[in-house]
Design a protein around this ligand. Sequence first.
Ligand code: MV4
Length: 446
Amino acid sequence: MFDKVLIANRGEIAVRINRACQELGISTVAIHSEADADSMHVRIADESVCIGPNPVNKSYLNTHSIIAACEITGAQAVHPGYGFLSENASFSKMLEDHKLIFIGPNHSHISAMGDKIQAKKIMNEFGVPTVPGSDKAIESEKDAINISKDIGYPVLIKASAGGGGRGMKVVNDEKELKQSLPIIKQEALSFFGNDSVYIEKFIDSPRHIEVQVICDSHGNFLHLHERDCSVQRRNQKVLEEALAPGIEDEKKDELFQICISAMEKMQYLGLGTLEFLYENGEFYFMEMNTRLQVEHPITEMLTRIDLVREQICVAHGEKIFTNQDNIKPLGHSIECRINAENSSDFKPSVGTIGLFHPPAGNGIRLDTFIYSGYKVPHYYDNLLAKLIATGRTRNHAIKRALRSLNEMVIDGIDTNIDLHKKILSSEEFRKGSVSINWLENNISSL
Ligand code: MV4
């Protein structure tokens, strides 16, 4: 096993990764910007290195400083967490060139899945259901018109280097297509440095269902069932749950087998999540994330597998400790993302945490890095904590989540705790199976 791992992240996920490392007997190196010197992930790590000033491009995205920190401390591997450099193929390659292990998939898979056209093409070839549309970049306006005619309006123009909702435009007819195509290409070029776009049938009220996979270098390609991440606002997940309510097991099992066989054909390594749109009983591949996800704890609670521990072990060349037959999810788990945000305009809020009282009790897990007296910096994302409530049934998990939200005290800063209470109390949500548009369409009447 590794002796020392550098955690190239901050906040709650750095605390979470530190736990898995220290339980494996691995010594941990935290990196931090100047503003994060007093952050919890620094305090609990075995050692820490200040890698630069506060802006992310000078600190948590500063690949040279991070590699230098590995050399100074003797870390043999880097865990990127999520966001930041976690899907940066060139960083993964740089580590390899410096004889350091990137705890994640091979950089060739990171770049293949980062190119949404290539990802779709690969999945198509492997028999994964994808959204009807072009499987290559649009070459001309005429090309776009013909493809759109074939699939039928409304269509979605998507940037190949996009993802997470950026670089997309719905068009309802040929006139709009002609107007929008050059604009979205220009946006793609300025946002992602790559102007290639593709076109898909627009699916107007899907659910967002994702399948967790874990693969080792000994021929084991396992799935850890699915998560429903449809409760989103402006492409930001707000609340996630497992398993997905209201989808028959046979339909899900069929999808799991397709996902696993695609991973086998790819010879994928490590954790991965295949994201699908789900509408009228059909799954459509959207994209694949080649990293640990924010919402991984709900899968951990149902399968009782420590995903980060397994991710580190398979990166070290070990076998996954279990097999598919032993993975039997039990109960229902809901994750509420507790953000530092204004409840009226959702703008990030900053301040110093006053009294902080975390919830606890049966079935409650709080992944967080905040503490009383902590000054929340404004440089980074506004996720403060993830409340994970697990129960025997979905209703039980909902009740536990509500009980915990009532118990939780985070003074000194605005949060979205009230929004979570409204979501969990709403009839529509309790019925299950809301679409990705539900929260935005109903937020003012919740
Ligand atoms: C779509 C779609 C509808 N039809 N593709 C959003 C981010 C990226 N994962 C792709 N996304 C979408 N692709 C087709 N053909 C709707 C979305 C979408 C979305 C998907 C899942 C969860 C939230 C979303 C919010 C806005 C748009």
